[in-house]
Structure formats: C-alpha cells, structure tokens
Design a protein around this ligand. Structure first.
Ligand SMILES: [Zn+2]
Length: 375
C-alpha cells in the first residue's frame, strides 16, 4: 500500500510501504498529509458514521473498516441566559462509543494497523485516547499494552482494563511514561511475522482525517459552514483535524469561507496561547501545572506549529480559562443537561467571554463524557 500523500513534515521522506514508524527514520520528524486532505462532496449511503466520508481520508481503499458506530453526533443548541438572542450549538462528541471524540481517530488508526498486519500495539495514555484505542484494538483483535503513569487511577483506567488491554504502570512523571514506552518499543524483538507498533495518537497522522469528519458533518447539519469553532486544545489534533476538513472543502470550492478556529487552553498549562500571544516560544511564559482539565495538559504539543498555523490562517485565536471558570462551565453545561468532563467545559467559559464577538453560527465541541469522572 502506497501512501504518497503522507510525508515527513521536516525532510519530506514518504511514509514507508511497510511497517508503522511513528516518526521519520531519517530525521525524527513527524509524518503528515503533505498536500492537505482530498475532498469529494457526497457520502456513501451504505456506510455509517465517519465511514460515509472515507473518500476524503486520503488513504487507500484497502483499509478495512473497523467501526463501533463512531461519528454522526448530534448538535444541541443553547441560548445564553443573559442574552437569549445569542446561542451556541454544541457538537456532542461525548456521545461517541467510548465517550470521547478520540473514537473518530482510533477507528482509522486501528484500520491502518490491521492493514499493516500489526498484532501488538503500544500506546501511552491514561485518559480518553487510551480507552478509545483499547476498545478499537479489541474490536480488531490487536493485543494492546497501555503505558500509564503509576499515579493514574479512576474510571478511565478501569475502562481501559475492561476492554482487555494490559496496563503497564510507570513510576514518575507523565513524560517518563512516554520515555519508557519508546525505549521498550525500540528494543522490542518481535517474533517472526509479528509486527509491533507504537500506535501514538499524538505522532501518527491517521487520526487527522477522522477528526476532519466533524467538519463534513457540521456542514451537513447546518447547511452552511459554521462561523466559529470553539474547541479544547491540548495536543491540538482535534482542532487541526477540523480545520483541515474545512480547508479541504474550501480548496475544493465547496464552501466559500473558512470558520474561525478558537482553541481553548487551561491557564495553568497554555503553551499554544503563550506562543500565539508572545510571538515566539518563550518557555518562561508556559506553566505546566496540574489543571483539572487533565485532557489538555500538554506542555509540548507534537504538531504545535501546524496547530498555530491553522488557527492563524483563519484569523482565529487562543484563549485561556481559569480553574474556577472550568468548574463553573461544567456546572452550567450540566444545568443544561450536558454532562461532560472538565476538559470539555473550557468551551463554555470561552464562549461566555467572547459572547457576541465571534462570527456565527458558533459551534462548541464537547469532547468527553462526564460519566468517566464519577469516582
Ligand atoms: Zn524526516
């Protein structure tokens, strides 16, 4: 299978025809879709969810369809209490099969691993990505080891284990977990005809076309491109994928304007906000504290430059919200019947802070379920 549109974003080496490298063997760069994503309007009526749009994945037809019913999530409109003429539509990604938007990416990553004959896959996440990948790998019959910091506990860990994945607990900080995983992966000696992959949701580019399906769905649900997309941003893959989806439609001449992308970070860990505000990377400006929005606590986003460019190109912006605002946002969303995790709740305060100033219609992405946070 040739993937001629996926290249190292640094040295332009094409993604190889065999194996599943998570980064470039020449220079250590990150692989990406070099020409953007293709776009053909219409959807396959015999497929469901994200697979209706597989002609836009930029991946070969030989990819097997690994599905748990991901995609096709509803839009729920809410009016601002104090300004009833102002409203927002929430894209309910917390209703995905494993309770988070990650499923759109996991379906495609797992399909790619299947196509490449992977039998064992490693991943590092104690959160939504770990649970999502464990579920899709179970569906595909791939054995999974999820590396998590020893401190990780709670419902997400239980969810990962329930899907049959093996948990490898690593003492120390979150970054130590990734270091140990990469070391184990690079020194692994798989038996003959056994392929092992590091199925990193941060490094591998295959979740990008999955997140782009949110753009295609939004266009269909609204009958027009949204004015603004407000989304939580950690690695930024979600906002990048949605932006790429709209870019693909725009380049194909299918829509005449791009929505403004607004990325929301927690004040306690806001590297992309800091870079976009201060013009260049100044690490003194970047805090890396324990935010309650655990899903977006990422100090060094792997595709940070791409996310920054994507937001800049549509005249978008980054915003931060405080811990108090996150807690209040979650409360307000729940009062409206939407029970989400704290990471998703950043969107509420970002909307309230910018009320009436953003191009309409305004869409907020609610990324993960509140059910995962019940002790
Ligand atoms: Zn390279």
């Amino acid at each position: 299978m040739i993937l001629d549109n996926i290249k190292c974003s640094n040295c332009k080496k094409p993604y190889p025809e065999t194996g599943v490298p998570y980064r470039c063997s020449n220079c250590g760069g990150v692989f990406d879709f070099s020409e953007g994503l293709p776009f053909q309007p219409g959807k396959n009526p015999s497929a469901q969810g994200i697979w209706c749009y597989r002609q836009n994945f930029g991946l070969p037809d030989t990819l097997p369809e690994i599905s748990l019913g991901e995609g096709n999530t509803p839009l729920v409109w809410i009016n601002a209490e104090d300004h009833p003429e102002k409203k927002i539509a929430f894209k309910c990604e917390f209703l995905e099969p494993t309770g988070s938007f990650k499923d759109r990416g996991s379906a495609i990553i797992t399909s790619f691993l299947m196509e490449r004959g992977v039998k064992i896959a490693l991943e590092d996440s104690s959160g939504n990505a770990g649970a999502s990948f464990a579920a899709y790998a179970a569906r595909a019959g791939i054995q999974v080891l999820i590396y998590v910091p020893e401190s990780a506990s709670g419902p997400k860990r239980s969810q990962i284990e329930a899907y049959g994945a093996e948990i490898v607990s690593i003492p120390g900080k979150r970054s130590k977990t990734t270091e140990v995983l990469i070391d184990a992966f690079e020194n692994a000696k798989p038996a003959q005809n056994q392929t092992i992959a590091y199925a990193s949701h941060a490094y591998l580019p295959f979740n990008i076309p999955g997140y782009a399906t949110i753009a295609y769905e939004l266009y269909e649900q609204l009958g027009e491109p949204p004015g603004t997309i407000i989304s939580p941003v950690g690695q930024g893959g979600l906002l990048l994928g949605i932006g790429r989806g709209f870019e693909a439609m725009h380049t194909a001449g299918y829509i005449s304007k791009m929505p403004m992308l607004v990325g929301v970070q927690a004040e306690l860990c806001a590297p992309l906000w800091a870079v976009s505000t201060y013009g260049q990377l100044d690490f003194r400006m970047i805090s890396n504290e324990e935010t309650i929005a655990e899903g977006i606590r990422v100090k060094y986003p792997v595709r940070g430059d791409e996310v920054l460019n994507s937001v800049k190109n549509c005249n978008g912006r980054f915003l931060t919200v405080s811990e108090e605002e996150i807690i209040e946002g979650r409360k307000q969303l729940a009062k409206n019947g939407l029970f989400v995790e704290h990471t998703s709740a950043v969107v509420w305060s970002a909307w309230k802070k910018t009320l009436g100033t953003l191009p309409e219609p305004v869409i907020g992405i609610l990324t993960g379920s509140g059910l995962k946070t019940i002790p």
